[in-house]
Design a protein around this ligand. Structure first.
Ligand SMILES: CC(=O)SCCNC(=O)CCNC(=O)[C@H](O)C(C)(C)COP(=O)(O)OP(=O)(O)OC[C@H]1O[C@@H](n2cnc3c(N)ncnc32)[C@H](O)[C@@H]1OP(=O)(O)O
Ligand SMILES: O=C([O-])CC(=O)C(=O)O
Length: 375
């Protein structure tokens, strides 16, 4: 058989399949979901509309969206057994581990018995993941057993409501709406590819999502927004940030929140979330964190031609909404679960098990040495 030799560490630049969900670095501002430009979606859509678009294949009309929002609202409650599990997880656990356990436990309680149920399982994930993380957070940090069934009209407002114990301001609800849209989908990124590999074995949707959560957790992927926050809050002025960044570059450290595997000059999500971070900075009267972030962006571009990815200005934006840093990546999960599930549906609809080959670099044939004769 003729061998097709591909190169590129990390499978970079190699097509690993087809998708009708998303383009990255190709047309429009550089990111499209089912043909709609990210800028258009961020300006006009509700996150639930985008979820519908990704999961059900078309934009909903008014009646369909109303019914979908009502359905998601009705799915926000958590079963007793899941709450009991969440109560066992210590306060110092990483919230991404809580998300992973929550997704997996849901799979024990509400197992996907047939692929015919996949839309229901996906809707349940979209509705329940914010409840899972907020329930654990409020119980482990304050001993409160909160009611997760709220009447908020949006997923973002619902999450902020549960987290802070009060309905969010319009500004915060709108910022969260945009954030969830920006994070919803991104073609064959590492976590989505994990979900597709899992789906290709004909596994269940809970397993696909649980694996994807574990992949998103790392600082080279979703975890970068938390790492970026830890870095910027260590600087007390733009000049301090400039000094600190130059030192990090001198030490050849990776700076989280910068660079991208596909985009070469900018991440279209950055300009959008940066504007929201500026609005939120204004709202809280910030005069440090936002200017520090802007200086970091300038230094990285000037010194390395590296640009902010979606994660960098999300850090300050979330901070201004009083969201604890360790909950940043779980918010990414609440959004990306729509993309993950849509990719699983796509994989299932045209499946072949994903099983690439490897270039062997180990020893040639060796003779067996009985155990007593070994060095
Ligand atoms: C929502 C998201 O998941 S977006 C990604 C979030 N991740 C981060 O922000 C982590 C920081 N960034 C990175 O580690 C990388 O840019 C990644 C993982 C996103 C992409 O990795 P790659 O595709 O391997 O990056 P790429 O090939 O463009 O790197 C080119 C060079 O720039 C360097 N570089 C890339 N990003 C950074 C960075 N953030 N800081 C310092 N140097 C960097 C690389 O080390 C590489 O240098 P080398 O050739 O000397 O090894
Ligand atoms: O596409 C990637 O490699 C990472 C990314 O930006 C995302 O998943 O949103």
């Amino acid at each position: 058989m003729a061998e097709q030799k591909l190169s590129g560490a990390g499978l970079r630049g190699q097509s690993a399949g087809e998708t009708a969900l998303c383009t990255v670095g190709k047309s429009g501002s550089g990111l499209t979901y089912r043909g709609f430009d990210i800028q258009t979606l961020a300006n006009n859509a509700r996150f639930e509309e985008v979820a519908y678009l990704l999961l059900k294949g078309k934009l909903p009309n008014r009646a369909e969206l109303d019914a979908y929002v009502a359905r998601l609202k009705s799915l926000r409650g958590l079963p007793d057994a899941l709450r009991a599990v969440l109560e066992q997880i210590p306060a110092d656990a990483h919230p991404m581990d809580v998300m992973r356990t929550g997704a997996s436990m849901l799979g024990n309680l509400e197992t996907e018995e047939s692929f015919d149920a996949q839309q229901d399982v996906a809707d349940r994930f979209v509705a329940a993941l914010p409840s899972i993380i907020a329930y654990w957070y409020r119980f482990s940090h304050g001993g409160e057993r909160i009611e997760t069934q709220t009447d908020d009209d949006s997923t973002g407002a619902h999450f902020l409501h549960l987290l802070h114990g009060r309905a969010p301001s319009r500004l915060h609800a709108d910022a969260m709406n945009v954030s969830l849209i920006l994070y919803a989908e991104h073609e064959f990124n590492a976590s989505t590819f994990t979900a597709r590999v899992c789906a290709s074995t004909l596994s269940d949707l809970h397993s696909c999502v649980t694996g994807a959560i574990g992949t998103l957790r790392g600082p080279l992927h979703g975890g970068a927004n938390e790492a970026a926050m830890e870095m910027i809050e260590g600087f007390d002025s733009p000049d301090d940030a400039e000094r600190g960044m130059l030192e990090k570059l001198e030490r050849k450290e990776k700076i989280m929140g910068f660079g991208h595997a596909i985009y070469r000059e900018s991440d279209p999500r950055n300009a959008i979330i940066k504007k929201w971070a500026a609005k939120l900075a204004d709202d809280v009267g910030d005069s440090v964190l936002y200017p520090v972030s802007v200086r970091c962006e300038e230094v990285m571009w000037r010194e390395k031609k590296l640009f902010c990815n979606a994660d960098f200005f999300h850090a300050s934006a979330y901070h201004f909404m009083d969201i604890p840093t360790k909950l940043f990546t779980p918010i990414f999960v609440m959004a990306r679960v729509t993309g993950w599930c849509a990719h699983v549906f796509e994989q299932r609809a045209n499946n072949r098990i994903i099983r690439p080959s490897a270039d062997y670099t180990g020893p040639e044939h060796r003779d067996w040495v009985p155990i007593d004769q070994r060095d």
